[in-house]
Design a binder for this molecule. Structure first.
Ligand code: FE2
Length: 349
């Protein structure tokens, strides 16, 4: 049930996050929205940015044939922005774009970032945003994790259900997007994208450098479905590609879902990382696109599909985020997550 919130409270909350984004009076803030979706967010962000003295503009693209973020993240196909050159020019000129339409894994998002614009995606219901307010402390823990991930050559994770998979980590040291994806819920860094709410990080294996087996256990979560698994599902991975999905009815549904996209690139292994947000819940019941389970403290977030967010060229619209509990994860030989608990002191909440 989505609760009501006053325009004043919404503006004040958004102002707090714009403050973390270090918006200054000489900056341009663009709010990107699709049709009338999240029109109240657009109004509140524009008022909050104006109150900070920034120059503001609203970029509204033609509505797509979907009802909002939950539908959009389930099929990341091209948006109206792709053919709207005037809108793209305005967005690239801005210092900060508030993305209310969900440009995740789009070529447009990358182009805007490459213009030096920082971007913050905001699509979750207000009660979720407010519960997972970003903070400098969360940023510090995510960045501590980023430093370790950047220095590592391999990532391995296991669980009692039978997972044992090793990623030869891509060395993501280029300008965005060819970098490790950190998400702590705000951005004050030119060209950097973030998503409020969040609190995790992710990298990818090299193109053919993921080998082993991922066995999701009962209770682990499938996004964008927002469902807990009722039976274990085993993914066999060879050379960075899922070559088999075995198990009961959940496995069959996952196989059929990926097959429905009729795209061989949908079988690629995508990003890998772990959650660091204590305010995020292990649940699929919160409204919205399910950032709780993506960011849940001590999870391991396994995923399949596109890699454009990491400088790759796979832009398949089929993307599964698969948060898993009770895993252990190592970077090279260092234990980072032990049975669902974060180990290094500088990452612990
Ligand atoms: Fe993802």
């Amino acid at each position: 049930m989505t609760e009501t919130v006053s325009p004043e409270e919404m503006q004040a909350t958004f102002a707090e996050v714009l403050g973390l984004c270090a918006v200054t009076p000489d900056e341009k803030v663009a709010v990107l929205c699709e049709g009338e979706l999240l029109a109240d967010y657009a109004e509140a962000f524009l008022r909050a940015a104006s109150a900070l003295g920034a120059e503001t503009t609203r970029v509204r693209v033609a509505p797509g044939d979907h009802a909002g973020a939950e539908a959009r993240i389930a099929n990341l196909s091209a948006s109206a922005l792709a053919s709207d050159t005037a809108a793209m020019a305005t967005l690239k000129e801005a210092d900060l774009v508030i993305d209310l339409m969900l440009l995740l894994f789009s070529h447009e998002q990358i182009a805007i970032q490459q213009a030096g614009t920082r971007m913050l995606m905001v699509v979750e219901p207000f009660e979720v945003l407010r519960r997972m307010m970003p903070s400098r402390a969360l940023r510090a823990r995510v960045e501590a994790a980023e430093r370790r991930l950047a220095a590592a050559r391999t990532l391995r994770f296991t669980n009692d259900a039978g997972t044992d998979v090793t990623y030869e980590l891509a060395q993501l040291t280029g300008p965005p997007p060819a970098c490790i994806l950190t998400e702590y819920g705000y951005t004050d860094t030119p060209g950097r994208w973030d998503h409020w709410p969040s609190g995790f990080l992710a990298s990818t294996g090299t193109a053919t450098g993921v080998e082993g087996r991922v066995v999701m256990d009962v209770g682990d979560i499938v996004l964008p479905w927002k469902e807990h698994l009722a039976s274990p599902v085993s993914f066999t991975i060879r050379d960075g590609v899922v070559v088999a999905i075995d198990g009961g009815s959940d496995a069959r549904r996952l196989r059929e879902y990926i097959e429905s996209f009729d795209d061989p690139r949908a079988w690629a292994v995508s990003h890998i990382g772990w959650g660091l947000n204590r305010d995020a819940r292990w649940t699929v019941d919160a409204p919205g696109i399910g950032m709780d389970s993506r960011a849940a403290y001590g999870n391991v977030l396994f995923s399949t599909g596109p890699d454009t967010e990491f400088g790759g060229s796979n832009d398949t619209p089929c993307h599964l985020d698969l948060p898993m509990q009770n895993c252990s994860l190592w970077l090279d030989d260092e234990l980072i997550v032990e049975r669902g608990d974060v180990v290094p002191a500088d990452m612990r909440a």
